[in-house]
Design a protein around this ligand. Structure first.
Ligand code: 6R9
Length: 648
């Protein structure tokens, strides 16, 4: 833990909306009278039918319920569009920067409103009704935002699947969500390379369980011909030409489902995290405004893909609910050169940049000169999300990218939480590199020991939340018991995050990473169980165990130990084949960084794989393997070490 403290930079402090005293007082008030706090925040949203009840919450696993603004009604797209069209129709809503540096597009609130209404009418024409699920498998193009907003306009539930997932992963999400419509593009484009999205959709729809899909709407994004299946596939541009732009927003109950987003847990298949309408929107809008210190003329850029929760809450809904201009970038930081991020900041006068430690580390490695090619005078605030940021990367981001004048908001949160829970308030919170600092208003984190006892003062343990906040997930789609078991059963009466954390003497939180079997690879969550089941599905593999290992750029890399079937020879070709296999089963983000042949896996006498030991071996921390006395066969570890480090 670095204890260096960075006070709020002078330039920022001069215009600060919130001071340190304001934060302390407002935080105190927000937890003392949580109902009143959220009643006030919810006034920034337009309600079709005002709510009378603010919260009705119990975290007790035997009487669990969470409802916010329960009897109110609203529409998300009306909050993101209609009310801003009334106030500033010509203000850019989305600045789209294409993969190719010569392609960009600026879409005003009025234009976005029209497009969304049209596309909502297309969905209606395809038979989509309130509550129906629609799967999106899209590149980072405006149509992705349009499709999401169009779903919310008519009360359909969108399920965005990251465009980097394989046909298999896509199929299982379509099946789980029982989607009737899939929206995609013929191809995606990233760093000059194409991604065959429509071909992947076609492959997914060959798989059992996806028969419910009756139409596929495809954006013609690249000049590339695509197979169109008669009666099922329609072109986006043809469909919107046939409908008008009049589509009144559907009044939705505050607790009506808004979207499902799949995320990895410690066991088995990904969970469909379900968020609801009122609480989510109030939470995304409030946290966005306060954490990013939003002003009317900001040009805000979040680099996350719409396929992740950050792309939902802080690329789309938080910004647009506040009437903020949001920049959407199709490409990657290194294309055409590593100077791209700085070029985009200058080109569009970006004021706030929100990105991930893995991107920061990879830019840092390429050298300062790329960043220094741009002048970045418009920048005033920086943000980080997705994984713990190491102090070296933090300092580089602060000093080189931000030239020491921009605070960094290191925001800790999860798919499940809907929005930011722990973060500095810029202007109010002195920063410590590597610490997400303090809870957001109304949020009550605690650190508990293994038995669930709340620890006080300076401590380290499991991070929990002891009270609700409006943006929390409401259920695992189709499996409410799994929701209760996963989040509310480890420690009774508390939401368990799956993360470990420390709290220092100043009350600052330091997230130490997952304490369960979830990996965080370049800020992407992946269950070790998912990678293991992909590996054992290969005919040559008898057994496998997957653990995380330190990785300079990705934060965590994937290390797989594989025991082969008795008659199979371990070869370099097979190693490559297994890497490609996992890649095609799950997607490129799941590609193992290392595959070790394991004659056998270290297990306890009851047959449990001892991952603790495997993690130590992967990290080359052989001197601190710890207690191996519970191993059924201690010689397994010695064999493994010899195999992994033959030259030792
Ligand atoms: C928003 C998002 C959630 C997990 C979370 C934690 C890690 C996210 C972090 C962070 C340290 C931060 N995480 N932000 N760790 N500092 N600022 O990333 O959601 O994809 O669900 O991942 O990511 O481990 O539990 P999600």
């Amino acid at each position: 833990m670095s204890q260096q403290v960075y006070p709020v930079p002078d330039k920022f402090l001069k215009n600060a909306r919130t001071t340190a005293e304001d934060y302390a007082a407002k935080y105190q008030q927000s937890v003392t009278d949580n109902t009143q706090f959220w009643r006030e925040q919810a006034q920034s949203i337009d309600w079709i039918k005002p709510f009378t009840k603010v919260r009705d919450v119990s975290f007790d696993k035997d009487n669990f319920h969470v409802e916010w603004f329960g009897d109110g009604q609203l529409n998300v797209s009306a909050n993101c569009l209609d009310r801003h069209v009334a106030n500033h129709p010509d203000k850019p809503a989305i600045i789209w920067e294409g993969d190719h540096p010569y392609r960009h597009k600026i879409i005003s609130f009025r234009e976005l409103h029209q497009e969304v209404c049209r596309f909502a009418n297309v969905l209606k024409k395809q038979g989509v009704k309130k509550g129906d699920r629609v799967t999106l498998y899209m590149p980072m193009i405006p149509e992705a935002a349009i499709a999401m907003l169009a779903c919310t306009r008519i009360g359909a539930v969108h399920c965005v699947v990251f465009g980097g997932f394989s046909p298999d992963s896509l199929a299982s999400r379509i099946e789980d969500s029982q989607s009737s419509v899939v929206i995609t593009a013929n191809e995606g484009l990233r760093g000059g390379k194409t991604i065959p999205l429509k071909t992947n959709v076609d492959a997914a729809l060959q798989m059992p369980g996806t028969e419910g899909v009756t139409s596929v709407i495809t954006v013609y994004h690249t000049e590339h011909p695509t197979n169109m299946q008669q009666g099922r596939d329609i072109w986006y541009h043809e469909a919107i030409a046939e409908v008008n732009e009049h589509c009144p927003p559907e009044p939705m109950d505050a607790e009506a489902p808004l979207f499902i987003l799949y995320t990895s847990g410690s066991t088995g298949k990904p969970k469909g995290v379900l968020h609801t309408t009122g609480g989510y929107l109030v939470y995304a809008a409030t946290t966005f405004r306060e954490v990013f210190d939003i002003r009317d003329n900001d040009v805000y850029w979040c680099t996350a893909d719409v396929g992740w929760i950050t792309g939902h809450s802080y690329l789309l809904y938080g910004p647009l609910a506040n009437g903020t201009t949001t920049l959407m970038f199709e490409g990657v930081p290194q294309y055409p050169t590593w100077a791209r991020i700085g070029q985009i900041i200058d080109k569009h006068d970006v004021t706030i940049l929100y990105t991930a430690p893995t991107a920061i580390r990879s830019m840092m490695r390429e050298g300062d000169h790329y960043v220094r090619e741009s002048d970045r005078h418009s920048l005033r605030l920086l943000g980080s999300v997705g994984e713990p940021i190491n102090p070296e990367a933090w300092s580089w981001y602060y000093n080189v990218v931000g030239e020491g004048r921009c605070p960094i908001v290191d925001t800790w949160w999860q798919t499940e939480t809907g929005g930011i829970l722990i973060s500095p308030i810029p202007g109010a919170t002195p920063l410590k590199p590597g610490s997400a600092t303090k809870p957001f208003y109304g949020v009550q984190p605690a650190i508990v020991d293994g038995e669930g006892n709340i620890l006080e003062g300076e401590c380290e343990g499991n991070l929990v939340l002891i009270d609700s906040w409006p943006g929390q997930m409401r259920t695992v789609y189709g499996d409410h018991q799994r929701f209760i078991d996963t989040y509310f059963s480890t420690f009774n009466g508390m939401y368990f995050t799956g993360d470990g954390a420390k709290r220092d003497k100043d009350g600052y939180y330091w997230i130490t990473g997952r304490v369960d079997d979830v990996l965080n690879v370049s800020g992407h969550r992946l269950g070790t169980a998912e990678v293991e089941s992909a590996l054992v599905a290969h005919q040559s593999v008898a057994e496998s165990a997957v653990v995380g290992m330190p990785h300079e750029i990705k934060g965590q890399g994937i290390c797989a130990y594989v025991t082969l079937q008795a008659d199979v020879e371990p070869t370099e070709e097979l190693r490559k084949e297994l890497r490609d296999w996992v890649r095609s089963e799950i997607g490129p983000i799941a590609t193992p960084d290392a595959i070790h042949w394991a004659p056998a896996l270290p297990k306890t006498r009851s047959g449990k794989i001892m991952r603790r030991i495997l993690r130590k071996i992967a990290a080359n921390e052989l001197d601190t393997l710890g207690d191996t006395s519970t191993l059924a066969d201690p010689s397994v570890v010695e064999h493994l070490i010899v195999t992994v480090y033959p030259e030792r």
